[in-house]
Design a protein around this ligand. Structure first.
Ligand SMILES: [Zn+2]
Length: 170
């Protein structure tokens, strides 16, 4: 007997069937046409393509918890050095979950939830308090990390979950 699909798996199959019916972009090359990449949070309320005006094939979108530059670094190196991007837009957002806990609380929560130690005393979730300060710090880190292409442009932004607007920080 065929294994039952979960509700989310069913949803994937059904919506993809509809998507593929109208799909006409199979010819696009691997390198992003507009040669930029976006680092942003994985928050479920942010639709990067629509909110940031990204068309299919135009840009890389690297998502993780917090829109964290260090966490995105592996993908940034691939994007910049293998696929030709020369500009980075780092976009964090208001109401980010990374502002709701400390490292100590996060470690305790995961370890208790799992029933054994997953996060040692040095595990760093890279939470933050100051949103704009954290954007500036990540942009500064990117400019100094040594992996961003020579002459590349790095800027920092905040997406506002309250009204869908982006704000330029640095
Ligand atoms: Zn977030």
């Amino acid at each position: 007997m065929r294994k039952m699909l979960t509700e989310n798996q069913e949803h994937l199959v059904a919506s993809n069937k509809e998507y593929a019916r109208h799909f006409t972009s199979g010819h696009l090359p691997i390198p992003p046409a507009k040669r930029y990449l976006v680092v942003t949070c994985m928050d479920a309320r942010i639709p990067p393509m629509a909110a940031y005006g990204i068309e299919l094939g135009d840009a890389h979108v690297i998502r993780n918890a917090g829109g964290n530059a260090r966490d995105a670094y592996r993908s940034i190196l691939i994007s910049q050095h293998m696929l030709g991007t020369t500009e980075i837009l780092l976009i964090k957002h208001t109401q980010c979950g990374l502002r709701t806990f400390t490292n100590e609380q996060g470690r305790k929560l995961v370890n208790e939830h799992q029933g054994h130690e997953v996060c040692g005393p040095d595990f760093d979730f890279q939470p933050f308090n100051d949103l704009e300060g954290s954007v500036r710090e990540d942009v500064k880190w990117l400019k100094k990390c040594g992996g961003v292409v020579e002459g590349g442009v790095v800027s920092g932004w905040v997406y506002q979950c309250e009204d869908g607007k982006v704000k330029h920080i640095c």
